[in-house]
Ligand binder design. Sequence first.
Ligand SMILES: [Zn+2]
Length: 332
Amino acid sequence: MYCPYCGIDHDDATTIRSIEHIVPYGIGGSDSLTILTCDRSNNELGSTVDAPFMSSYVVRAKRFFLGLESNKGNAPTLDLGGIGWIGGKEVPISYIISGDTKELKIGKPSVIKTPNGDGTEHWAVSGDPAQARQILEGKLRKQMALGKTVNLEDGTPLRLEDLDRILAERTKTILNPSVLKTTQHDYLEFARFFGKLALAMGHFHLGESFSRSASGDRLRKNMNAETMEEVTPYGHIWPETEPVQGALNMIAKEDHHTLVIMDGEVPTLLVSLFGEIGALIPLGEAPVGRLPTFSDRGMVWRIGLPSRVLRRLTILEMVEERLAPLRQPIRE
Ligand SMILES: [Zn+2]
């Protein structure tokens, strides 16, 4: 068998085949949109290319709100954590929401030591109560082994048996935490993901002659890129897609994945995931620095979410669907 991902003609007798979801199942891929690859490529790329893309914040948020389970049946969770302010201090916190629980965790416990000036130190311990307890117990046991004592602020000695009571008294329940969420968009991770998606889609629609061509090689290079210099063309992927945003808006549909192959001068793949994240990738050798020409010929695959139902339509049918609401008769 020929595997489009590694570009190798494998020995049929010894190679394990694998059904690859062109759009990964975990983000709403359909069982009706798959290709055959070698098992090794499928597994390796699943962790090097799919996993980083799927764990990006924007994708996790989409998965969570649409309730898209992984192929192992795991329900998505959403970590809204970031930097919070507790008692005037910046504290890393994680705020994890799953289907039925909402849990606020204060991230890395911190121990702030201040010298008292008499050779002793004042410690302030903050963080997740269970972790803070471990730290305190560890410090206390160490000091006890050295024959020293640890005193509370009021001067009374801290004893192991008092730890739970003291922590219970001082643990704060935080309601309405103020959290600043900063998210980073890693263009390289997205470029690798969309390179793989374009390779799979080209192989699916145009066949083996495509994945064996120079265009297939270019996409395999994008899929395995280690640096931005290896990504061509650059800047065709959301949110760097300003030049092609109009085209993405044309095909985007909320709560759907839309994949379009236009058979223009150069065959081109336009992808809109969740009606939001997208890319435009030439499947042929486009002249450098020029956008592919748009065409009304080609094919559209649209996956509804969270149903994963796949629909096939022509580009004209997609345009018609988009224009239909504008054609409602005007009521007097
Ligand atoms: Zn392979």
